[in-house]
Design a protein around this ligand. Structure first.
Ligand SMILES: Nc1ncnc2c1ncn2[C@@H]1O[C@H](COP(=O)(O)OP(=O)(O)O)[C@@H](O)[C@H]1O
Ligand SMILES: [Mg+2]
Length: 582
């Protein structure tokens, strides 16, 4: 049989055999498998919803509320509106819930609503480098997908941008096409408001334990003390009032830094750029690259013209694959200026302390904001707050990334690792790896790109520079707590002494009176006066006084007059660790 008689598929097999020497004379079977077809991202996540965290009913309710509230806070902050967020979780029947999330943000334009809710990987935050809660454009459409998957119900979206028109949609996702399926679309005229309201109907389980909707909202109220949040839970209403009327400073958008750019990305950027020359490309598309550095990089990468000079004028599209690889290598060997850090918006000490005070009512609170640092070209900043005793009666560890509480996968998170690697005892704090004293530890990582360990954004990856920064912040905050605690210990010692003198003043006065013949009442008054004059107890908050009184009562009989050592610790450890990148 000649080749011309073959059907197309037989021809393909033969052709492959001819051009693939590794077949060693055998006819290969590398023919496209029957039935192979493209998979839409929606189909992928429909089958793999656990990758986004939807692996049980309790978590499902938490994630939907979290995606809605995170978006509400992003949208209000971006438009500099003090956030008012309303959340309702209502049980419709066993394991079936209605979730409503409403905000006072800018709303979404009519033509954008279907795409945002009906297309996975559609959003405004992925392609810009700016600190925000959302990144991928997956959050809210996945909530729509999960709802329709578990109950078959569409999601209702009501929105106004403040132009007097309210748009109301009911929609689902066409999973095969990853496109919206609009079931209802109407306009209500004349209502004056702006914002967004979503209603999901989904399967789930409502609980109020440590990893629940309620805990997420409580922690959100701490890390966003400028937000008003009302939560109507199946168990009743919870209100979280704002403690400050000031938003944190607005983060600026930045350009990528060459340290974080890999070969594949650089390739694509070179193809897509509007710059006509390689020099123009490097200086305009990356942060902190001036002409001199660009030339230095090209020289190192041996991208030079006929005269051996850096080839700044070459078209970016003309770079060969090996030149791109050399350029990335040259970047690694060159010391570049760090990226600018005005893209970061840390909360700051005042807001952290305010958030912890208003929600935890502690006896003592302190906070630390570290200077910005950089991992793989991405700027980031670590903040720590410690709240001690008061209404806190057991240790509590709170992790945040761009002000979003992280409630799952604590064990694999850089924050937990850093807390357990800190030597708490050195600061007079009881611990078994993690502190065991009644205190709340708040750790926040702010970054334009938080390195989460998975799509479900539950834990921060353990880059050594991130761990180092968290530890330094923890040590600084712990140092402040230890100074307070040693003051308290002194106060307690004085209170115990005072109490003992007062207790025995009468008996002592009687004894002295017998020896000296002086009036016992006068002697007792003198003793009390002396005690008052000589034993000074520092100014304490009501909570600290209460705590000390309680302790004094229980330990008074054991007091032997031995003063506790002042356990003021030395400088923190770990300062010598070097940035290792990844
Ligand atoms: N409450 C809201 N108000 C205004 N815009 C919103 C709101 N929720 C979502 N959006 C817009 O929808 C986009 C997609 O949201 P989402 O799927 O959660 O992805 P991401 O938050 O990762 O960008 C956002 O980028 C934002 O532009
Ligand atoms: Mg989002």
């Amino acid at each position: 049989m000649g080749l011309h008689n073959k059907s197309t598929s037989e021809f393909r097999v033969l052709a492959k055999w001819f051009i693939m020497p590794e077949n060693n004379g055998k006819i290969g079977t590398e023919i496209a498998p029957v039935g192979a077809r493209e998979i839409s991202i929606s189909e992928f996540f429909e089958k793999n919803r656990h990758l986004l965290g939807y692996d049980n009913g309790i978590k499902a309710l938490l994630i939907i509320v979290k995606e809605g509230v995170d978006n509400a806070l992003d949208a209000t902050e971006e438009t500099r509106i003090l956030p008012d967020v309303y959340v309702k979780v209502e049980e419709l029947e066993k394991e079936k819930y209605k979730i409503i999330i409403k905000d006072n943000g800018p709303g979404i334009k009519k033509n954008q609503i279907p795409k945002i809710f009906g297309t996975l990987l559609y959003g405004s935050k992925f392609h810009r480098l700016r600190q925000s809660r959302g990144q991928q454009g997956l959050g809210i459409s996945c909530a729509v997908l999960y709802s329709q998957l578990t109950t078959g119900e569409p999601t209702e979206v009501v929105s106004s941008t403040g132009d007097g028109k309210t748009h109301r949609y009911k929609l689902k996702i066409d999973v095969k096409k990853n496109q919206p399926m609009i079931l209802e679309d109407n306009v209500i005229e004349g209502k004056d408001w702006h914002g967004l309201q979503m209603t999901f109907i989904c399967e789930g389980t409502y609980r109020e334990h440590k990893q629940s909707v309620l805990e997420y909202i409580k922690q959100t109220a701490i890390s966003n003390p400028y937000a008003n949040i009302i939560f109507d839970a199946p168990t009743g209403r919870f209100e979280f009032k704002r403690g400050v009327d000031k938003l944190p400073k607005e983060p600026k958008e930045i350009k990528p830094h060459l340290y974080g750019v890999e070969v594949g990305i650089l390739h694509r950027m070179l193809k897509d750029t509007k710059a006509r020359s390689l020099g123009g490309f490097l200086t305009s598309e990356f942060s902190r690259i001036g002409k001199t550095v660009a030339k230095e990089l090209l020289k190192k990468a041996e991208i030079v013209d006929d005269k051996g000079e850096p080839f700044m004028m070459i078209s970016p599209r003309k770079l060969t694959d090996s030149q791109v690889v050399s350029l990335v290598r040259a970047v690694k060997e060159t010391k570049l200026m760090r990226p600018p850090t005005d893209c970061l918006s840390p909360l700051g000490m005042e807001l952290i302390e305010e958030g912890m005070k208003k929600e935890l009512n502690p006896e003592f609170v302190t906070a630390v904001t570290r200077p910005p640092a950089v991992y793989r070209g991405w700027p980031f900043q670590i903040e720590v707050g410690i709240a001690y005793a008061g209404s806190i009666d057991e240790p509590k560890f709170m992790r945040f990334a761009n002000r979003v509480p992280l409630l799952y996968q604590s064990g694999s998170c850089a924050i937990t690792k850093s807390i357990s690697k800190t030597d708490w005892k050195r600061y007079g704090i009881q611990s078994e790896k993690m502190p065991t004293d009644p205190m709340a530890i708040f750790v926040h990582m702010a970054s334009v790109w938080v390195p989460f360990t998975s799509e479900s954004k539950e834990a921060i990856a353990s880059y050594s520079i991130i761990i180092k920064e968290i530890k330094l912040a923890l040590q600084e905050a712990a140092r402040k707590l230890s100074i307070y605690l040693s003051g308290i210990r002194k106060a307690q010692y004085q209170a115990e002494r005072k109490s003992i003198f007062e207790r025995y003043a009468h008996e002592t006065a009687v004894a002295i009176s017998e020896l000296t013949g002086r009036n016992a009442d006068e002697i007792e008054a003198d003793i009390n006066e002396l005690v008052k004059k000589n034993i000074k107890i520092m100014e304490l908050s009501e909570q600290a006084k209460e705590r000390i009184e309680k302790r004094t009562k229980t330990s008074i009989d054991e007091v032997s007059g031995k003063q506790e050592e002042n356990a003021e610790p030395e400088e923190g450890e770990g300062e010598s660790e070097e940035e290792k990148g990844d």
